[in-house]
Design a protein around this ligand. Structure first.
Ligand code: C2E
Ligand code: MG
Ligand code: MG
Length: 611
């Protein structure tokens, strides 16, 4: 496996080395001239110097990555040059040339990690003998001095270059390996994919990108050391689940990828499904057991132009799997790119929207079935989008939850709804109006949520008893102990808790008993079939019976027709909400509705929702 493709541009140390050798060539010529200034020796001196410079330039012109072969080429040339120098000279030229020869080899040898000194001893040894045999004592002294200076300079330079190269190698190794898991990095994975793309039969290879679901909460709960421990365990599982010649890499954070060599898409999907199952097995960490899942995106190398494109495709597919509810796998499709771009734009617009006050609350009256009087309202979020007009929450709530903006948005919603509810309260406290606010999981689990609700109630002057917080069944099962704690603290503030869209989620009525909730909002899907499907009445009746047994209030959602009202009244339902009474509307519109319909009168201090 080749990790490095060195740059072909001559590098600084090559240039320095080449310059040094060139300078030595010049010094060699000058020394030779000074030592033996007759015509023949002068010619010989310059020819040796010229030859050395030529070899030097030859070395320089070779691409750096082929310096190994450059060295092999330079070696015989230098050897020949040395022999020629020795043959035609008697004194200074040979000696100087030996010095040059030593340094050139020392430099190239050390920077290439070759053991050149013994080689030099072999080659230059005879040269020394010839040289010293012919030289006068004065020449030998001059020569020894010059050699010592040259060798010292060469040694220092070579040692520095060598240190640089060790550091460079370390840096390269670091860039190509993930230090925590020891897995290849994104860079190396890209290198491997590029090789696979260049190889025949590439259509049969695939890439999968895997991202852990909820890794952040492990870090937050158990600390970063446990997070690292978990990442190492995940890396081990990934490696164990694929073949040894597949390339597993950590792309960063909790994102991993695998190049499945010679594995087509159907087989890659099977491998990803297997990996998903293995990922969901609990991990035993030093600080306890952790269970979490992963989302996987799969893309084929077929038709891809480069490695970055394949990784991006698999990444897009992984995001699809996340959006589809996590713990899933998704295969890349062409329109994912557009969907992702649209999603990123939505995220930016959401952030801007909050700053530019583009959000608005609509309100839907909650009505007493028998009298038709309004006993409260539910705040429903709308977005006055600058281009797309008025948007319903299902088009942007998911994104705002994922990017976390829901916390700031939820804060605004609660404040605005409480302010509005406080302003709508009639003078007669027995006719008080409740305000229901939908709360997302992320908001409720924030550690300062209860404190914020308390502050908002205090700031707006709305009594806690008039606030209803709606959560979904899904929220109950997400982190049961924490949700339970939150619910208890919120109820201490006087607020009541409603389970929204009841019957569409995961909990059972028996499960509900474990949470101190007050109201069940029966989902509209139970109401729509009333009058059409006979089973619907039986189903609704059984929910009402059990809710009564658990001492829970009921609000029926999605009441659209007089027929619905009739059946619900027969079943003993008292409170409902739906288009039949009023569609969600702007505050001024609902204020008008409240004035005309009147409010339900109930004896104080029992909150109006309660019988
Ligand atoms: P939800 O809390 O169950 O709200 C009731 C939804 O049913 C509303 O849709 C309402 O317009 C619609 N609806 C009311 N009566 C009828 C009816 O008779 N027939 C039919 N077909 N639909 C009816 P909307 O406003 O689009 O809200 C959808 C969901 O978005 C809400 O469901 C709630 O889960 C969420 N949501 C709305 N506002 C907020 C908010 O401020 N914060 C959070 N976290 N979620 C919100
Ligand atoms: Mg609701
Ligand atoms: Mg609902």
């Amino acid at each position: 496996m080749t990790l490095v493709s060195r740059t072909t541009a001559p590098r600084r140390d090559v240039l320095l080395g080449a310059g040094l050798v060139g300078a030595f060539a010049l010094v060699t010529a000058c020394t030779s001239w000074a030592l033996a200034p007759d015509g023949a020796q002068l010619v010989a001196a310059f020819s040796v110097a010229a030859l050395t410079v030529a070899v030097d330039i030859g070395l320089l012109c070779l691409p750096w990555r082929r310096l190994g072969s450059g060295f092999l080429l330079a070696f015989p040339l230098l050897l020949v040059a040395g022999m020629v120098g020795l043959a035609i000279s008697t004194d200074g030229i040979a000696a100087s040339y030996v010095g040059l020869f030593t340094l050139a080899f020392l430099y190239v040898g050390l920077t290439q990690d070759l053991v050149v000194v013994p080689l030099f001893a072999l080659v230059a040894g005879p040269g020394w003998l010839v040289c010293l045999g012919n030289a006068s004592p004065q020449t030998v002294v001059r020569l020894a001095t010059a050699m010592t200076i040259w060798l010292s300079i060469g040694w220092v330079f070579a040692a520095r270059t060598r240190r640089d190269r060790v550091m460079e190698r370390e840096l390269i190794a670091r860039a190509y390996t993930d230090s925590l898991t020891g897995m290849p990095s994104r860079l190396l994975l890209a290198d491997q994919i590029a090789r696979e793309l260049a190889a025949p039969g590439r259509a049969t290879s695939s890439v999968m990108v895997l991202d852990l679901d909820g890794f952040k909460s492990v870090n937050d709960t158990f600390g970063h050391a446990s997070g690292d421990e978990l990442l190492m365990a995940v890396a081990d599982r990934i490696r164990a689940s694929v073949r040894p010649d597949d390339c597993c890499a950590r792309l960063g954070g909790d994102e991993f990828a695998v190049l499945l060599r010679h594995v087509d898409l159907p087989a890659a999907k099977r491998a990803a499904a297997r990996l998903l199952t293995e990922m969901a097995e609990p991990y035993t960490l030093a600080r306890g057991r952790v269970a979490l899942t992963a989302s996987i995106g799969v893309a084929s190398l077929d038709g891809a132009v480069n490695a970055q494109e394949v990784i991006r495709d698999a990444d897009l597919a992984m995001y699809e799997a996340k959006s589809a509810g996590r713990n899933q796998l998704s295969v890349f499709e062409c329109d994912m790119q557009e969907r992702r771009a649209a999603r990123l734009q939505l995220e930016t617009e959401l952030r801007d929207g909050l700053d530019r006050a583009e959000f608005e609350l609509f309100y839907q009256p909650v009505v007493h079935l028998r009298t038709g009087a309004v006993i409260g309202t539910e705040a429903l979020l709308r977005w006055n989008h600058p281009r797309r007009g008025l948007l319903a929450p299902d088009t942007f709530l998911g994104a705002s939850e994922e990017i976390g903006i829901i916390v700031a948005l939820g804060d605004w919603i609660l404040r605005e709804a409480c302010r509005q509810a406080a302003s709508w309260q009639p003078a007669d406290p027995t006719r008080a109006l409740t305000m229901a606010v939908n709360v997302s999981a992320r908001e409720m689990l924030a550690s300062d949520y209860v404190a914020r609700v308390r502050d908002i109630l205090a700031a707006t002057g709305l009594p806690g008893e008039l606030l209803v917080l709606e959560i979904t069944e899904q929220q109950l099962v997400t982190d049961a102990p924490l949700v339970r704690k939150r619910i208890e603290s919120l109820r201490d503030l006087g607020a009541r808790i409603a389970i929204d869209d009841f019957g569409t989620g995961y909990s059972s009525l028996a499960y509900l008993r474990e949470f101190p909730v007050d109201i069940l909002k029966i989902d509209q899907s139970f109401v729509q079939p009333l009058g059409v499907d006979t089973q619907a009445v039986a189903l609704l009746r059984s929910i009402i019976t059990i809710a009564d047994a658990l001492n829970l209030d009921i609000i029926v959602e999605g009441v659209e027709t007089p027929g619905h009202v009739e059946i619900l009244t027969t079943l003993g339902c008292e409170v409902a909400q739906g288009f039949h009474f009023a569609r969600p509307g702007r505050a001024d519109h609902i204020a008008e509705f409240l004035r005309t319909r009147g409010l339900q009168s109930l004896p104080a201090p029992v909150p109006p929702h309660l019988r």
